[in-house]
Design a protein around this ligand. Structure first.
Ligand SMILES: NC(=O)c1ccc[n+]([C@@H]2O[C@H](COP(=O)([O-])OP(=O)(O)OC[C@H]3O[C@@H](n4cnc5c(N)ncnc54)[C@H](OP(=O)(O)O)[C@@H]3O)[C@@H](O)[C@H]2O)c1
Length: 318
C-alpha cells in the first residue's frame, strides 16, 4: 500500500504543544496506553491526554518512580512492564486482556539511546530489543483489545533513523558496535513497524503512524557526557537547550496529534513531525528532519515484520 508522505497543512508546526494539538478533541471515555508515559515526552503526553479526558495506562519498568511522577494526575494507572523482558510482556498482555478492557490508542514511546553494548534475552541488541521488538510483541499481543475499537497505534521514532537502515545481515551487531548506529537502526524499525502494522490492521480500521518528536532535552540523553552534548551542539555553555530544540510540551505534540487527529484518517502508515505529516528528507540534517526512503519502504516493512515475529514468536496476523 502506497503511503502519502508529504505535509497536509494541518495548521500545526514545530512550536505547537501537546495541549494545543488536542484543542477541541474530547477523549472522554477513551483509553490510551503509553509506554514510558511518566518521563520526558511521555509524561507530557500523559498530562495532555488526561486533560482532554482520556484514561491513560502507563506501563513502567520503575512503577514506584512512575507513581511519583503521575501523582495527582487524574485517570492514570501504572502497570509494571519491562520491554526488555519478553515473558513479562506476555504476562502483562494476558493480564490486560483478562480485564476485557479495550484500547483506543497505544503510543509506543519508551526508548533507550546510546546504550552500552548489551545482548538481551536470546541475543537481541538492546536498542532493537527495547525500542522495537518489545513494542512489536506488546502491540501484537494486545491486538485483540485494539481491534475492537478501530484504534490508533503511534510509534515514537526519531530523525535518528537517518543514521541507519536495518542491518539485515547483522541486526544484533555481532561486529562493529556503535551506539548511534544501533539507536538509528531501532528508530528505522519504529517507522517500518508503523508502515506494516497499518497495512495489516487496515481491515479492522486500525491506523498506525510513526513520529519524530523533534530534539528535546530529557532524561534520554542521560548516557551522553555533558562535553559530548556541548560538542554535538545540543546544549549552550550555560546548560540551556540549543536553538531549534523544543520544550517537552512541544516534543509531545506530534505523537498525540497522530494519535487523535481526524485529518489523518486517510494517511495511515505515514511518518509525522512538527504536528503534520513529514516531507521526504531533503538533507542529512537531523534537526531539519523529514523521512528517509528506507524508513517507509513497504517491502522492508514486511521483511522486518517477518524477522520480528520470528524473533519474538508473536504475530497477531499469522
Ligand atoms: N528527547 C529527544 O530529543 C528525542 C528525539 C527523538 C526521538 N525521541 C524518542 O522519544 C521517546 C521518549 O524519549 P524521551 O526523550 O521522553 O526520554 P526519557 O525521558 O528517557 O523516556 C524514555 C522512557 O522509556 C522508558 N524505558 C526505557 N527502557 C525501558 C524498558 N526496558 N522497559 C520499559 N520502559 C523503558 C524509560 O523508563 P526509565 O525512566 O525507567 O528509564 C522512560 O520512561 C523515545 O522513544 C526516544 O527515542 C526523543
Amino acid at each position: 500500500m502506497a503511503i502519502t508522505q508529504h505535509k497536509i497543512s494541518s495548521g500545526f508546526d514545530a512550536h505547537s504543544t501537546a495541549e494545543e494539538v488536542l484543542t477541541g478533541i474530547d477523549l472522554t471515555g477513551k483509553t490510551v496506553l503509553i509506554t514510558g508515559g511518566y518521563s520526558g515526552l511521555g509524561l507530557e503526553a500523559t498530562r495532555a491526554l488526561t486533560r482532554a479526558g482520556a484514561h491513560v495506562i502507563v506501563p513502567a519498568r520503575r512503577p514506584a518512580v512512575a507513581q511519583q511522577a503521575l501523582h495527582g494526575l487524574p485517570r492514570t494507572e501504572v502497570w509494571e512492564l519491562d520491554l526488555a523482558d519478553l515473558a513479562g510482556i506476555r504476562a502483562f498482555s494476558n493480564q490486560f486482556l483478562e480485564t476485557a478492557k479495550t484500547l483506543d490508542i497505544i503510543i509506543n514511546n519508551a526508548g533507550v539511546m546510546a546504550h552500552p553494548y548489551q545482548l538481551i534475552g536470546s541475543g537481541w541488541e538492546a536498542h532493537l530489543a527495547v525500542n522495537h521488538l518489545g513494542h512489536f510483541a506488546l502491540v501484537n499481543l494486545l491486538y485483540p483489545a485494539l481491534a475492537a475499537t478501530g484504534a490508533r497505534v503511534v510509534s515514537v521514532a526519531s530523525s535518528g533513523h537517518f543514521l541507519s537502515d536495518i542491518r539485515w545481515n547483522d541486526p544484533h551487531f555481532r561486529r562493529g558496535y556503535d551506539h548511534w548506529l544501533a539507536y538509528g537502526q531501532s528508530k528505522t524499525a519504529n517507522a517500518l513497524f508503523a508502515v506494516h502494522l497499518n497495512a495489516l490492521g487496515a481491515g479492522s480500521g486500525l491506523r498506525a503512524f510513526a513520529v519524530h518528536p523533534g530534539s528535546i532535552l530529557t532524561p534520554l540523553q542521560r548516557r551522553i557526557p555533558r562535553e559530548e552534548q556541548l560538542a554535538q551542539g545540543w546544549l549552550t555553555r550555560d546548560g540551556r537547550p540549543a536553538e531549534g530544540f523544543k520544550t517537552p510540551a512541544q516534543g509531545a505534540a506530534t505523537a498525540v496529534w497522530a494519535a487523535t487527529s481526524p485529518l489523518l484518517e486517510e494517511y495511515g502508515g505515514a511518518y509525522c513531525q512538527d504536528g503534520d505529516i513529514a516531507d521526504p528528507a531533503a538533507t542529512d540534517d537531523m534537526l531539519i528532519g523529514g523521512v528517509k526512503p528506507w524508513a517507509i519502504d513497504p517491502d522492508s516493512a514486511a521483511k522486518l515484520w517477518t524477522l520480528s515475529s520470528e524473533l519474538t514468536k508473536v504475530d497477531a496476523f499469522s
